[in-house]
Design a protein around this ligand. Structure first.
Ligand SMILES: *Cc1c(COP(=O)(O)O)cnc(C)c1O
Length: 392
């Protein structure tokens, strides 16, 4: 007989999923009710209000897509784009490349604005592309590039889109909850996120929000949205405010309990307090790593506190370090992705996992692992350096 699956208890300090708050796991195990049960419908209203809070928006069309962050990305592209449209896509890491794929599968044309991995999107290049392509309909960019650990100036980029009559699509999968996301302040049009990064919820849900301008574009499409499942015109029949809720798909009821719990945790802490906590833990980790002789590869001026790319020292076996951390310490850190594979480790300090305890644990596990392999690092100083940051 096959037995039940009991996962090991790991500490998740990679690029996601992040450590899930035990309160959220408990919420997940509450009794399943019907997805049209009046009590569930009341919960949906609460979730919508809490997502508006998290995104800092009053957008009516704000809801969780019942699928992971990638589906949030796809929902934005398939709903706003029609065949023949032109989109300016910024790429400074892996996820901008996925945006290009989405644009092309919609039968639209992607005009690429490329920046080096680890750098933010350059607003001057974006402005030049907008000027050169006055017929572009959308500007798309990633706010927080999880593949590199760099963030871009979403406020500036959304303003440029607006000045040139473009809609904006913004990926906030890794930013939401970890650094400022201000959908209305930015004037962003279609914004998606995910539950498994700084919301510290289980993977598999994608919060999305559309401005009134974007909602208007979706209602007035010439062609049907190519994806039935992600068609906002249909999903609104289920998630829409005042009308009677109609069956579209069966919502992942228990995952919605989990999302609700994660959002009330964020609400109770407060957005600013959460961003400050992420900033402080990043500072302590970076200080400890530097004391050890390791370097964060992204400049502090655009470095994400929740995703730290660390240069792998010369001669150190990347995979061996990660597997020793996993086997000896139950600690997961991320490998480099794409162009950065084998060059960096990605240490996540996301949501519930952004804590002093995790910072110190990671520094000590990394130090003893590297020292055990004979790597040239400074030992015995990292924890004290990190603690000094907290004592400040
Ligand atoms: C993780 C991530 C995604 C995809 O989210 P999934 O939940 O893995 O589908 C998209 N964009 C960025 C920037 C991400 O970090």
């Amino acid at each position: 007989m096959t037995s039940s699956f009991h996962p090991p208890v790991r500490t998740l300090m990679g690029p996601g999923p992040s450590d899930v708050n035990p309160r959220i796991l408990e919420a997940l195990s509450r009794p399943t009710i019907g997805h049209l049960d009046p009590q569930f419908v009341a919960l949906m209203d609460d979730i919508k209000r809490l997502l508006q809070f998290a995104f800092q928006t009053s957008n009516e069309l704000t809801l969780p897509v019942s699928a992971p962050g990638s589906a949030g990305m796809e929902a934005c592209f398939v709903n706003l784009l029609e065949p023949g449209d032109k989109v300016i896509v910024c790429q400074n890491g892996v996820f901008g490349g996925r945006m290009k794929e989405n644009v092309e599968r919609c039968g639209a044309e992607a005009i690429m604005v490329m920046d080096d991995w680890g750098m933010p999107v350059d607003p001057a290049k974006v402005e030049a592309a907008l000027k050169a392509n006055p017929d572009a309909k959308v500007l798309a960019f990633v706010h927080a590039e999880t593949s590199t650990g760099a963030y871009s100036d979403a406020h500036r980029l959304c303003a440029l889109a607006k000045e040139h009559g473009c809609l904006s699509i913004v990926d906030t999968v890794t930013s939401l909850g970890g650094i400022e996301v201000d959908v209305d302040g930015w004037g962003a049009d279609a914004v998606y996120s995910g539950t498994q990064k700084c919301l510290s919820c289980v993977p598999g849900i994608a919060p999305v929000t559309f401005s009134p301008r974007a909602a208007e574009v979706i209602r007035n499409r010439r062609t049907a949205v190519q994806s039935w499942f992600l068609d906002m015109n249909l999903i609104m029949g289920y998630w829409g405010g005042n009308t009677k809720r109609a069956y579209h798909h069966t919502a992942p009821v228990n995952a919605m309990y989990a999302l609700h719990e994660s959002l009330i945790i964020l609400e109770a802490e407060g957005l600013q307090a959460s961003w400050q906590r992420h900033a402080l833990n990043h500072k302590a980790l970076a200080t400890g790593l530097n004391a050890m002789g390791l370097e964060i590869t992204v400049d502090e001026s655009h470095c994400l506190p929740q995703l730290n790319s660390v240069a792998i020292p010369d001669g150190v076996d990347d995979a061996a370090v990660r597997s020793q951390l996993l086997n000896n310490y139950q600690l997961e850190i991320g490998a480099g992705l794409g162009a950065l594979a084998g060059k960096v480790w990605r240490i996540g300090l996301m949501g519930y996992g952004s804590s002093q305890k995790n910072v110190l644990f990671c520094l000590q596990a990394l130090e003893s692992t590297l020292a055990g392999m004979g790597a040239k690092i400074h030992t015995g100083v990292a924890a004290a350096a990190a603690l000094a940051v907290y004592a400040d």
